[in-house]
Write a protein that binds this ligand. Structure first.
Ligand SMILES: N[C@@H](CCC(=O)N[C@@H](CS)C(=O)NCC(=O)O)C(=O)O
Length: 213
C-alpha cells in the first residue's frame, strides 16, 4: 500500500492520477500547503525540500514528482505507462520527462514564487520572464503535438509524460494566456479532461475549476 502526501491541485496531483490509472492501492495523507504543513519538522524528515508530493514506497519516502512517476511506471510495467528499456519511444519518454521536470516545472516555480529568484523588488520582472518562458514552452509543445501520430505526447499510448504534462498545463489556467489557447494543446487537453481517472482525481481533491473547460 502506497501513502501519498498531497495537497489539492499541487504537484502531487500527477502522482494521485498516476496511482488511479495504475489501479494500485494507496492512502492519501493531506499535507496542506495552504497551512504550511509541508514545512512541519515531521514532514521535513520525509521530504527535506519541504514540498509535496512525497510517496511512501515500501516504507521509504520518495520525493520529486517526475522521479515518482517514473518509478511507478517501472514498478507497474503492466499498466504500460512508459516504453520499456530499449523499446521504441524510450528516448522520447526520457527526454520529455526530464524536460517537463527540468524546464517547465522551474518556470512555473518562478511564476508562483517570483520572490524566490528575484526578491520582492525583482518579483514583477521575474513574473514577466516566467510568463514569456512558459509561452515559449507551449509553442514548442503545441508544435510537437501537431506532428504527433496519435493523441498523446508519445503518440498512440497514454504515458507518464501525459500525466505530468497535463498537470502542468492545468497550472497555467489562471495565466494571461493559458495553455488552452494553443490549438493542438487545447484538443489534447479536451481528451485528457474526458478521462474518468483525471475527473475522479479532481473530485477527490475537491477541485471544481478547469476540469470542465
Ligand atoms: N521539485 C519538486 C517541486 C514540488 C513543488 O514545488 N511543490 C509545491 C506545490 S506544487 C510545494 O510544495 N510548494 C510549497 C512550498 O514550496 O513551500 C518536485 O518535483 O516534487
Amino acid at each position: 500500500m502506497y501513502q501519498l502526501y498531497y495537497s489539492p491541485g499541487t504537484a502531487s496531483l500527477a502522482v494521485h492520477w498516476m496511482l488511479m490509472e495504475i489501479g494500485a492501492p494507496f492512502e492519501l495523507v493531506l499535507t496542506d500547503t495552504a497551512t504550511g504543513a509541508q514545512k512541519h519538522p515531521d514532514y521535513l524528515k520525509l521530504n527535506p525540500s519541504g514540498v509535496v508530493p512525497t510517496l511512501i514506497v515500501d516504507g521509504a519516502p520518495v520525493c520529486e514528482v517526475a522521479a515518482i512517476l517514473m518509478l511507478l511506471a517501472e514498478r507497474h510495467a503492466e499498466a504500460g505507462l512508459a516504453p520499456a528499456v530499449g523499446a521504441p519511444g524510450r528516448a522520447a519518454y526520457l527526454q520529455w520527462m526530464v524536460y517537463l521536470a527540468n524546464t517547465v516545472m522551474p518556470a512555473f516555480r518562478v511564476w508562483f514564487y517570483p520572490h524566490e529568484p528575484a526578491g520582492e523588488d525583482g518579483a514583477e520582472a521575474a513574473t514577466a520572464a516566467s510568463r514569456a518562458r512558459l509561452e515559449a514552452i507551449w509553442d514548442r509543445i503545441d508544435a510537437h503535438l501537431a506532428r504527433q501520430d496519435g493523441p498523446h505526447m508519445l503518440g498512440q499510448g497514454l504515458s507518464a509524460v501525459d500525466v505530468l504534462a497535463t498537470m502542468l498545463m492545468r497550472w497555467s489556467r489562471n495565466m494571461p494566456r493559458p495553455a488552452t489557447e494553443w490549438p493542438h494543446i487545447a484538443r489534447y487537453l479536451a481528451r485528457m479532461r474526458a478521462m474518468p481517472s483525471l475527473r475522479e482525481v479532481h473530485a477527490r481533491e475537491g477541485l471544481t475549476d478547469w476540469i470542465d473547460g
